[in-house]
Design a protein. Structure first.
Length: 261
């Protein structure tokens, strides 16, 4: 199932989307598949699998530490695609990584490897839309969604350009700064949701960690919420990981669905 089909399915059931992030290979490559299964069992509709990079500029300390653990465990692009191909879940999988890894592997080869491993979309936080032509062309050729980020500081002109070139969903950054859990929902989230006018589903990320926040964001008009650091914190704790991932995913999904009704 691709991303568009998933959102259409959710819309038909009056549900919002829970998009969950994990760093592939954290803390070991063998553990990732079980963690993904736990998230899906808890209600995750789409799973982002981070391909770790040594300098993840958009990520806060939590996900930076996850990347370091994964890299120390031997995670690399070859292993990443083998791992993703082995994951058997009936939800779209999205690759989140940095452009250096894509460029070094070769843009067309990277996109082809995504297709072969079952990835439906790619998020590249450090790739501006103005410089995305080559990757966007390959993504269109092979039927992969290229998902862009829109921040509170993004100009109206750039928002229009992103909406013209992006697909799958648009990733709205809820606040300035890097990834990480927060205790509140920023006013900038509401303002950004109202500024971005598109038929492409709008998913909000950066700082969401509980069902109440998920509820608020869907109520403000988002089609989905993106949660990463809260899940990665569970993995870092090393205790009852799969059960805690499933429990948090269920809480978040309940919040999303309550707001969508």
């Amino acid at each position: 199932m691709n991303i568009e089909d998933k959102f259409e399915e959710l819309k038909s059931r009056d549900e919002g989307a829970l998009i969950a992030y994990l760093c592939a290979g954290d803390p070991t490559p063998d553990s990732t598949s079980d963690f993904v299964q736990a998230l899906v069992s808890g209600g995750a509709d789409i799973v982002e699998l981070g391909l770790p990079f040594s300098d993840p500029v958009a990520d806060g300390p939590t996900i930076q530490a996850a990347s370091e653990r994964a890299l120390s465990a031997g995670m690399n692009p070859d292993m990443y695609f083998e791992l993703v191909a082995s994951i058997n879940v009936d939800v779209p999988l999205v690759c989140m990584t940095y452009y250096n890894l894509i460029f070094k592997r070769g843009i067309k080869k990277f996109v082809c490897d995504c297709v072969k491993s079952g990835i439906s979309g790619i998020i590249v936080p450090d790739l501006p839309v103005e410089e995305s032509e080559h990757l966007a062309t390959s993504c269109r050729e092979y039927g992969i969604d290229l998902i862009f980020l829109i921040a509170p500081t993004t100009t109206e002109e750039r928002i229009e350009r992103i909406l013209q070139h992006g697909s799958g969903f648009v990733y709205l950054v809820s606040r300035l700064g890097v990834t990480g859990t927060r205790s509140d929902v920023s006013q900038t989230t509401t303002e950004l949701l109202s500024r971005v006018k598109t038929r492409i589903p709008k998913a909000v990320g950066f700082g969401i960690s509980n069902g109440n926040q998920a509820f608020e964001i869907i109520k403000e008009g988002a089609d989905g919420v993106i949660v990463g650091s809260a899940f990665v914190d569970i993995i870092a704790s090393g205790k009852d990981i799969t059960s805690k991932l499933e429990t948090l995913a269920r809480e978040l999904k309940d919040g999303v669905n309550s707001a969508a009704l």
